[in-house]
Design a protein around this ligand. Sequence first.
Ligand code: SOE
Length: 374
Amino acid sequence: MSKLGVAIVGTGMIGEVHRRAAILAGAIVRGVSASSLERASEVALAWDVPRAYRDIEDVVADPQVQVVHVCTPNHLHRAMAQTALEAGKHVICEKPLATTFEDAKALAALAASTGLVATVPFVYRYHPVVREARARIAQGELGPLRLIHGSYLQDWLMDPASNNWRVDPKLGGASRVFADIGSHWCDLVEWVSGERFAEVSAAFATVIAERSAASSRSFATATTDAGMHAVSSEDVAAAMFKTAGGTLASLTVSQISAGRRNRLWFEIDGAKASVAFDQEDSERLWIGLPDQREEIFVRGPGAGSSEQRRLSVLPAGHAQGYGNCFDAFVADTYRAIKAERPEGLPTFDDGLRSALIVDRVIASARTRAWTSID
Ligand code: SOE
C-alpha cells in the first residue's frame, strides 16, 4: 500500500505532535489548515509541506489526503470530524470527541456507518508499563479487584493571569478539568482494569473565580489584557465511582496543583496484589504484594507482556515518554487503516464512552446525587 497522505487541522502544540507522529509513521503530510489561511501558510512554510488549506472543506477536497487529523479547540471537533468522514476520509480527532454526549453519539454512529477508521488519542494507553499492568490484571495476577483510586494533577492554570480557550465553556465545553484530563484517567483505568464505571458521585469547584482575558494560544500564557473576567468552568473536581462489578473508585483532578506538571496516577488494588502507575515516573510499574513485599517492573524490550515489549521501542535506561505514546497511537491508527487490528486502539466508540462519563459527571456535580452511567 502506498504511503498515506494526511492533513493536519489545527496548529497549536498538539498539531505539531500529530505532525511528528504522522511523519514517523511513514505518512506524507500533504498540508495544514489553521485559524486563517495566513496562519496556515506560515505553518506550511515552517513545516515544509506543500499546501495551506483555506478551511476543512478545502482539506477534504484534496484527493491526496486519506487521513484528517483534527487538532482544533473542542467546539470545532464535531463539524470537522463529520465533514471529513462524510468526504470518505479516515479521522484522528483530538479528545474530547465532541463537547456534548449527543454530538459524540452522532459522530460515533457516522464513523461506524462509513467503515472508516476513526480514532481518539487516549494516548496514555500506550505507556509500555500500562500495557504490562493491563496484561497482569487480565491474567488474574491481582485477583478480584477491590479498589481503584488515583488523581490527575497539573498546575498550568494556577495563576489567575493565565487563561486558555478551555476555560470558556463555549469553546471547551460545559466541564473543563474533568472533561479535559479526568477523561484520560477514566479511559485509562477502565481499559487497564477491565471494569466499567456504572455510577458516579462528583463535585466541581471553580477556585479561581476571575481570570484575565482568554488567550487563543493552545496553552496558557499570561495575556496583556488587564481586564479580569468571571470564570464558571471548574479548576478541580472529585469523583467517586462504582463499577458494574461493585468495585469502588475515587478520582481527584486539578489544573491548579503547584508542582504537578502532568501527573496522571492510578493504583488498582486486588485480593492478591496491587499495581500503581505514575505518569511522571512512567518507566516503572509498582507492584504491591502481601507480607511487606513489593516489586518494581522496569520498562524494557526484553521482559514482560507482548504488548509491553511491542511498545518498548528504546532499550531499558533510555526513557520513553509522551511523544513515544503518541507515535505508537498514530502508527496503530495507520495500521488499522491498512486492515491490521492493533490491540487497545482507542476509537470513536471510546470517545463516545468518554463523553457519556463526562455527561454523567457533570449531571452529578450539578445535582449532588449519585448518577448512573448508562
Ligand atoms: C491540557 O490539560 C492537556 O494538554 C490536555 O488537553 C491533554 O489531553 C493532556 O494529555 C495533557 O494536558
